[in-house]
Design a protein around this ligand. Structure first.
Ligand code: M6R
Length: 613
């Protein structure tokens, strides 16, 4: 969602800010703007892309060594020039960019209007710019103190950066509930700010992940971080494990395709150094440190949204099979508003790529308040979910830029597999030999995915055949029911074709009514104990003239004469089959979307990390 980039130092700020905004484009946005300080405070903003902003500012004065930029994903007010950030205070002297939502903005606005303020946009953000100036004027406070006093009045979530014409050497930033990362530059007094670390990677490896309630004040080439009560904080400086190569397309047409092809490596990175297959032992800090507590768990509740929820569904099968635990899988957005019955021996596992999904964070918060232990499975280092977790494991998939999640999903499933095995070991529900067997099978997965990726040309032809279909059905059973859901989600989010995933046997309870000669049905029919049953479901589709694309295990030719297309994938154990079977489905949705002329990496209306409800 909204993206923030800011710079203070001795270099020209505009190119740094614009480049940073481009790096954040993957988050999703509909307008863009910058504010630059060079004696005067200048603001340029427009509806549309960062490139539109560049065109709009082509002949403008963009000089200055202090600047900030913003990409807005509309919440309050439609996407237009007026609602784009930065916003200005009444006098135009204070400028502010904001990610998040100010929930009590209407009340604050009413108070300001009574004091003579008029507004030029419909946003909650403009209210905060006015409020800060109002507090400064009426209380005689310094900029930093006025920001602090104003934030005390704010209910909601924010990451903000503020520049002020009357404080031309200052930059102030603050966060609560929305992410903000500070990069420490190589020269004295040089600092970068961004919503996530991607715009910082080419400038510095030293970063600070700001904590909730913190305010960073840069003045006189020094940065001080204070809490909302004005107490100076000592930040932890992290070493950034990200390089430029990870943030570039590397010769691929789209980030999504690059990320699909990265999966042999990203899956390997997810398990690398975390177990020894020969002995069936683990080297995972969370498993080692919490093995006693994990052995005592009575129930596991998995929460997440979208693709991460699908990874949770795969994990339900894993934890039941391996660790013999009762498992529930919940949409975080529903869980947060229920009154769930939770006990102190429940483990709530939050799954998220970005670590910033608002619904997942709220669900974790609820679980903690109800005394459950919360474990985070997350990809983005230093994000909010790991920080809110009692324990956790990173997925180490590397930055995922394409909005459609691909490598993050398979890495989540990989880490969840290890956690299921680790808890199985702690609960003694599997022998070391059985655990070793699954570990060895996992070690073969990267090679099998390499092989599955060779199906690309075949899948291009398939995409050509079905690109004009307006509906798709995806069917799977057992471990591959969540894969069917994930295949359908991938197709609809990037190609805007309606698709539904179903447990294959559920088809006859409703969706079978949809089947006719125009309905392609993708059926995951790899070898498993359900194979024969899935074949019966295929027959049911064929009897109604549906077009069947069957994903089968390598060497299985028995469906060749029954279905319309067969995709043979390398075989693995059933529990790990989602890792392999998901690959052709990712490729199919990718190629159909490209053929339909869709913006694959930035599909309409979607944001990479959904930081609002
Ligand atoms: O960052 P998260 O994993 O918490 O995000 C959850 C969903 O928003 C995300 O998986 C979304 O469904 C993706 N667009 C799926 O490709």
């Amino acid at each position: 969602m909204c993206g923030i980039v800011a710079y203070i130092g001795s270099k020209e700020a505009y190119p740094i800010v614009v480049k940073g905004l481009k790096r954040l484009e993957y988050r999703g946005y509909d307008s863009a703007g910058v504010a630059l300080m060079n004696g005067d405070l200048r603001v340029y903003k427009t509806k549309g892309k960062v490139s539109d902003l560049e065109s709009a500012a082509k002949d403008a004065d963009v000089s200055g060594t202090i600047g900030m930029g913003h990409t807005r994903w509309a919440t309050h007010g439609e996407p237009n020039d007026a609602n784009a950030h930065p916003h200005l205070s009444l006098s135009g002297k204070v400028s502010l960019i904001h990610n998040g939502i100010i929930e009590n903005y209407a009340t604050l606005k009413e108070g300001l209007e009574q004091r003579g303020h008029t507004f030029t946009s419909e946003t909650d953000t403009e209210v905060l710019a006015h409020l800060i100036e109002d507090v400064m004027i009426n209380s005689g406070l310094s900029l930093a103190d006025a920001v602090r006093a104003s934030l005390k009045q704010v209910v909601g979530a924010y990451a903000i950066v503020i520049l002020s014409k009357d404080n031309p050497e200052h930059l102030i930033a603050a966060r609560k509930g929305s992410p903000l990362v500070v990069g420490i530059g190589s020269e004295a007094g040089e600092y970068f700010f961004a919503s996530d670390a991607t715009p910082l990677a080419e400038y510095t490896k030293k970063v600070i992940y700001m904590k909730d309630g913190e305010i960073a004040i840069v003045e006189n080439k020094e940065m001080t971080i204070k809490n909302i009560d004005n107490v100076v904080q000592v930040p932890y400086v992290h070493e950034l494990e990200m390089n430029l190569e990870m943030l570039e397309k590397g010769g691929y047409d789209h980030f999504m395709l690059k990320e699909i092809y990265e999966q042999p490596r990203s899956i390997y990175d997810s398990y690398r150094g975390r177990f020894n297959a020969a002995s069936g032992t683990f080297h995972m800090r969370s498993l080692e440190e919490y093995s006693e507590q994990l052995a005592q768990i009575k129930r596991l509740i998995l929460i997440g949204c979208g693709t991460s929820w699908h990874a949770g569904l795969v994990a339900e099968y894993l934890f039941e099979d391996f660790a013999r635990l009762p498992v529930e899988v919940e949409y975080a957005s529903e869980f947060r508003y229920r009154n769930p019955v939770l006990f102190s021996d429940d483990l709530v596992m939050a799954i998220s790529q970005s670590g910033e999904t608002a619904d997942t964070l709220a669900a974790m918060d609820l679980a903690k308040r109800k005394s459950a232990t919360v474990f985070g499975v997350c990809n983005v280092v230093g994000s909010s979910i790991p920080r809110l977790s009692d324990a956790g494991a990173y997925t180490h998939a590397g930055p995922e830029i394409g909005v459609a999640s691909t490598k993050a999903f398979t890495s989540q499933v990989t880490v969840l597999t290890l956690l299921a095995l680790g808890i199985a070991k702690a609960r003694k529900t599997m022998s070391d030999k059985e655990i070793s067997k699954v570990m060895s099978a996992l070690e073969e997965i990267p090679d099998k995915i390499e092989k599955a990726l060779l199906l690309n040309d075949e899948i291009v032809k398939l995409a050509e055949t079905y690109k004009d279909s307006r509906n798709f059905l995806y069917l799977g059973r057992g471990y591959n029911f969540p894969v069917a859901l994930e295949g359908a989600l991938k197709l609809k989010e990037i190609s805007y074709i309606h698709a539904e995933g179903y447990p294959a046997a559920e088809m006859k309870h409703g969706p079978i009514a949809l089947i006719d000669a125009d309905m392609p049905v993708v059926v995951i029919a790899t070898n498993s104990e359900h194979y024969e049953k899935v074949v019966s479901n295929i027959q049911e589709v064929k009897a109604r003239k549906g077009k069947v694309i069957a994903v089968v295990s390598e060497g299985n030719t028995s469906l060749d004469k029954i279905v319309d297309h067969v995709i043979q994938v390398p075989e693995t154990i059933d529990a790990l089959s989602p890792l392999v079977n998901t690959i052709p489905l990712q490729l199919l949705s990718y190629h159909i979307a490209v053929m339909c002329g869709c913006n694959v990496d930035q599909p309409r209306n979607l944001a990479k990390s959904v930081t609002v409800e």
